[in-house]
Design a protein around this ligand. Structure first.
Ligand code: RIB
Ligand code: CA
Length: 313
């Protein structure tokens, strides 16, 4: 079976970096057509830089990395240096990128790729605010029907918010973009905090990354060592939650995940609950189901897959 074609839309971010590495370590299953950077964890100038750093760490300086939107559709940009550090990739000491940024805007790359590839053959993998994806859908309404699937990290229901009491960061930063994507009619699979908070990098799991002894293994161990401070302090968890790699792992081994096909809507008008994802988990409304909302994970299986694949780089 030929590899699945994907576009990774991302705001690296240590967890984004691990998601990208997992994808690049799996060429038999995934063909990364390009990586599109968006403002989120840190400003765009850093997210596009970090995406290139990660590609070079993986030995993929040939990868096309595009810069996309530098701010949300309506709101001013909210960033998360308190979680990811001032560069967004704090932890390992990695060299500045030498590979060039691909020419052109990320949104145009998404549009052109979806128009060029056969319909239904490209999966979009948003790992940050959905600004690039929503802008592409607004600019080229014809492309939504050509998307094979959108597998995104974002939202929360039982786990509630991580940037406000009600909202998860990716959705909070650009709720209008999230609403456009969720109402696009595309097949959507959502990795919310409900499931990503079960992908915790405990010390033995971090030790297994470091024990790979490779530049990738050591860098990932150092990234998650840095990245875990925020969540350990806030949630008293046993380690950093690997949010974004849940997207890549789902593409590789969907059986690791469990969820429900439910209706999901995004709050865009309330200041108090801006960016909240309202998942009708118990089907108490007549709103039609529009997304596969994940809730459970085989964490040991996830880390076995991740560590085995990182060893390939
Ligand atoms: O809330 C977690 C999400 O926000 C992750 O994608 C993380 O990288 C940040 O973008
Ligand atoms: Ca991210």
């Amino acid at each position: 079976m030929p590899p699945s074609k994907i576009i990774i839309d991302t705001d690296p971010g240590q967890d984004d970096a691990v998601a990208i590495l997992l994808a690049l370590a799996s060429p038999k299953e995934l063909e990364v057509l390009g990586i599109t950077a968006v403002a989120g964890n840190v400003p765009l100038a850093l997210t596009e830089r970090n995406a290139r750093i990660v590609c070079e760490l993986a030995g993929r300086s040939d990868m096309r990395v595009f810069a996309g939107c530098d701010r949300p559709l309506r709101h001013s940009l909210v960033t998360a240096e308190h979680v990811h550090g001032k560069t967004g990739l704090d932890g390992p000491d990695l060299p500045e990128p030498t590979m060039p940024l691909a020419p052109g805007h990320a949104v145009d790359f998404i549009i052109d790729t979806l128009r060029t590839e056969p319909a239904g053959t490209v999966t979009l993998c948003p790992l940050g605010p959905l600004t690039n994806i929503a802008t592409a859908f607004e600019k080229a309404p014809d492309i939504a029907s050509r998307v094979q699937e959108i597998v995104l990290m974002g939202g929360a229901y039982f786990e509630v918010g991580n940037i406000t009491p009600a909202a998860e960061f990716n959705i909070y930063v650009d709720p209008e973009a999230a609403e456009i994507v969720i109402k696009s009619g595309c097949k959507i699979t959502i990795m919310p905090l409900d499931v990503t908070h079960k992908a915790l990098v405990t010390k033995p799991r971090n030790d297994a990354f470091r024990a790979l002894g490779t530049p990738v293994g050591i860098a990932v161990a150092e990234m998650t060592d840095f990245f875990e401070r925020f969540d350990k302090e806030k949630y008293d968890t046993a380690g950093a939650p690997l949010h974004d790699p849940c997207v890549t792992a789902y593409l590789l081994k969907p059986e690791l995940f469990n969820g429900r096909h439910v209706n999901v809507e995004v709050e865009t008008t309330s200041t108090l609950t801006r960016g909240m994802t309202v998942a009708d988990w118990w089907s108490v409304t007549d709103r039609p189901p529009n997304a596969m909302f994940m809730g459970d994970l085989d964490a040991d299986g996830f880390f076995t897959l991740l560590t085995d694949r990182l060893a390939q780089l």
